[in-house]
Write a protein that binds this ligand. Sequence first.
Ligand code: SAM
Ligand code: SF4
Length: 344
Amino acid sequence: MPSTESASVCEHSSVQQGSPLVDDFHRPVEYVRLAVTTACNLRCSYCMREEHTNHTATKGAELTRHEIMTIVKVLADHGVTKIRFTGGEPLLRTDIVDLVRDAKQQSGITTVGLTTNGLLLDRFLPELEDAGLDSINFSIDTLHRERYKIITRRDEYNRARTNLEMLLDSSTIVLKLNVVMMREINSDELCDFVDLTREHLLTVRFMELQPFDDHQIWRTGRFLGAEKIETLLKGAYKELQACSGRATQHFSYTLPGHKGMIAIIPAYTRNFCSQCNKIRITSTGKIISCLYEKEGLELRPLLHGNASHAAIAKLFSTAVSRKPENGRYVSKVSARTSMSEIGG
Ligand code: SAM
Ligand code: SF4
């Protein structure tokens, strides 16, 4: 994979104003996941170490609100319509409501989402709604306090559950639950999660463990593949009806009488490269054009140098042109140490 390069390395000619970002395999980039911090108030065992330090916040290296909005504007001018703020834990950014509002007000951006562990949602929910937040992916892997403590290394289940209930009761925001399924850790809770879809208009998404964690716990026999999850689901619910979901929700289902939906995300066993329409940006301003790309292109020299929007667009074009046709084939999957670097 390419190594980190300074912003001065631009292999491509200038980008026409307003032209969409399209990679060399004709895939348009319409969706950007922006990590706004690497800090987190949990320590999920499949994501980060107990001793994870908040490097970016302590060194003041996180992108500022102004820098983030410059990025969003340039991207919107070049065809990006959807922004998701993630992390680390994005609600640890005290300006998260401003970021959502700014992004939502940016012409061209139609959808702004947030991926969060929800622990701080009670502080922000009304303001986030007011700012126009469209969707929340709420990560919660168990509905039991003791297990939550084991998985996240923090005794915060009650807070997470209370905030989830608040969201279910009051919000107009589209809600998805992210549930990483792990053998003999939470696989017996499948039906408890499905039960939530009976009364609530949410999508419960059972996700495969991915090999991006500090301790490589996916090597320890906890991995539960999508096909196995599907077998468990079909075994428990004979009346399960397949329906079409989003591209990454390869398996999507409804149940008669249930308001919500169920999805299985085969993030590891299936390869979605051919449909990939996204890039990621780290909290320090690195453009990651592919999940399997370890290094990226640095935006900061341009942002610090007050570069023109055309120069920033050119860097994005260069990054997009480096998207491999199939990321798996060109990279070692174990290259990345934590999803918290890139926001999942
Ligand atoms: N802190 C926020 C949260 O947990 O929702 C946002 C960042 S977190 C990195 C984003 C998503 O990545 C979460 O749903 C989390 O469960 C998922 N994730 C992190 N490490 C993972 C891994 N090794 N395999 C699968 N999913 C992972
Ligand atoms: Fe924090 Fe999210 Fe990683 Fe859990 S998955 S440690 S909540 S960043």
